[in-house]
Write a protein that binds this ligand. Structure first.
Ligand code: 2HG
Ligand code: ZN
Length: 472
């Protein structure tokens, strides 16, 4: 054993150090099973001091670090490189909720705290943490911050960037940046916090975050509608917002083919609407005001939308259990697609107003350019962000996709770029989007990102290979 690794094992103890192949294996492959890496060992520090020790030791030895939380990255951003030089830095033992303050509307959670535990802690303090996504049972605070995660309530409450009030971070040389104070305003020039949000672990290790809380909703109204035509979704969204005074928190798109896929994998589930509709939306509005007649308002707005020919049918969940059943359908989309096999995954955004046209134009173009391709576009229509995934022809054992995936990725990313959009709306860049990001980066973008990287991580030990392509 290398003396460096021995030193880490002595300091972190048996719970904080592992190098047996079977212990490491679950953490060396990304969630979608596309990328498998290798690591010298896995270290799991349980405190800020231990993280600092690991980073300092790695910096001294020039050993790269691959930070990881719940290993739910959609772009393999938390999987160490295949060269096996890196130390896998698991943050999962940093799992304390340090404080919940009703006065400050803020919660301090360590990097390894699971998102659903943040939800529970906020609720126990009579508050609400308004970021949610399908992986809430395993995604951790450090990863959510480091990828500037989005999810299903961005429409009303924003991404992690909007919800992160402060960070505690160990920088690449082992110094600690203590920035957890929940200041609502702080205008002292460059903001290290905002550099670290979305940096994918390439500038430092987030050890804890102060998250913004909001008043706890007393009522949620969850509806499911079949759209008359996809472009009508925009009028429907703005109608619902106007009627509720801006209380729409989710506006999620599901195509009928996606719903069919989910239903095939959830035998007990049922489609919320009787008929089939090519495009459907899950809409949720919430209110923190007791006595708010939100349900009646949503019902009237849907009736008006039906009258105006925007929707063909709609139903409002009549109980919390029914609302949960609606959400289960939406949140099972990605998992159902995964079980069907590999796909070319895209996480694109254009303006909200352009998204229906993007889907309607690009789908037939992709299908014509790659005969047999099956487009599955779903997601956060209210944010102008859909997962424009392209599945191979039925029965493909991976060969067809293997041959075409690079060309499909370029095709979709070129289309979104031509509309002035982005190839990564909420998943980040990681490894799987890295080369496409570099290909389509704005002039000068990679250079200024590299100067920041050079300033904060001159030895290049923080999550190498992710986000930025290695310099030639
Ligand atoms: C979602 O919105 C996730 O369900 C996953 O961002 C998207 O699997 C995907 O493409
Ligand atoms: Zn998503």
């Amino acid at each position: 054993m290398l003396p460096f690794l021995r030193r880490l094992r002595e300091r972190l103890g048996p719970q904080g150090y592992a190098d047996a192949a079977d212990e490491l294996a679950p953490w060396l492959t990304d969630w979608r099973g596309r990328v498998t890496g290798k690591a010298l060992a896995m270290v799991s520090p349980a405190s800020l001091e231990e993280v600092r020790f690991v980073v300092q030791a790695a910096a001294q030895e020039g050993v790269p670090l691959a930070p990881q939380g719940g290993n739910t990255s959609m772009v393999a951003g938390a999987t160490p490189d295949a060269d096996g030089r890196a130390l896998l830095l698991s943050m999962r033992r940093m799992r304390k909720i340090r404080s919940v303050s009703g006065e400050d509307n803020a919660l301090v959670a360590e990097a390894g705290v699971i998102l659903s535990d943040v939800h529970d802690a906020a609720e126990a303090g009579d508050r609400f943490f308004p970021l949610s996504l399908a992986a809430k049972g395993s995604a951790t605070v450090g990863g959510l911050v480091s990828t500037n995660a989005g999810g299903v309530q961005v429409l009303r409450y924003g991404t992690m960037r909007a919800l992160t009030l402060g960070l505690e971070t160990v920088l690449a040389d082992g110094t600690v940046h203590h920035g957890l104070k929940p200041l609502r305003k702080d205008n002292r020039g460059y903001d290290l916090k905002h550099l670290l949000i979305g940096a994918e672990g390439t500038l430092g290790v987030v050890t804890a975050a102060t998250l913004a809380l909001v008043p706890r909703p007393v009522e949620r109204v969850t509806a499911w509608a079949g759209l008359a035509r996809l472009p009508a979704a925009l009028a429907l969204l703005r109608r619902m917002e106007a009627a509720t005074g801006g209380q729409v928190s989710s506006f999620e798109l599901l195509p009928q083919c996606g719903l069919d896929l989910v239903l095939a994998h959830l035998p007990a589930a049922r489609s919320p609407l009787g008929g089939r509709h090519e495009w459907q939306v899950l809409i949720e509005a919430d209110t923190a005001r007791p006595g708010d007649p939100l349900a009646a308002i949503v019902q009237q707005a849907l009736a008006d939308a039906l009258e105006a020919g925007e929707i063909a049918d709609a139903v409002i969940a009549q109980s919390a259990a029914q609302a949960e059943a609606f959400w289960l359908l939406r949140e099972s989309m990605s998992e159902a697609e995964r079980r069907e096999g590999p796909a070319a995954k895209h996480d694109v955004a254009v303006t909200v107003g352009d998204m229906p046209a993007f889907i309607l134009q690009t789908t037939p173009e992709v299908e014509a350019a790659f005969p047999g391709a099956r487009v599955l576009a779903f997601g956060h229509l209210g944010d102008g962000n859909v997962h424009f995934n392209v599945r191979p022809p039925l029965g493909d054992g991976g060969e067809w996709l293997g041959r075409h995936i690079d060309a499909i990725n370029r095709f979709v990313h070129d289309a979104v770029t031509a509309m002035g959009g982005t190839l990564s709306a909420e998943h980040g860049i990681g490894v799987t989007k890295r080369d496409e990001f570099a290909r389509l980066a704005a002039p000068g973008q990679l250079e200024w990102m590299r100067s920041i990287k050079q300033a904060l991580d001159p030895k290049g030990i923080m999550n190498p290979g992710k986000l930025l392509p290695p310099c030639e």
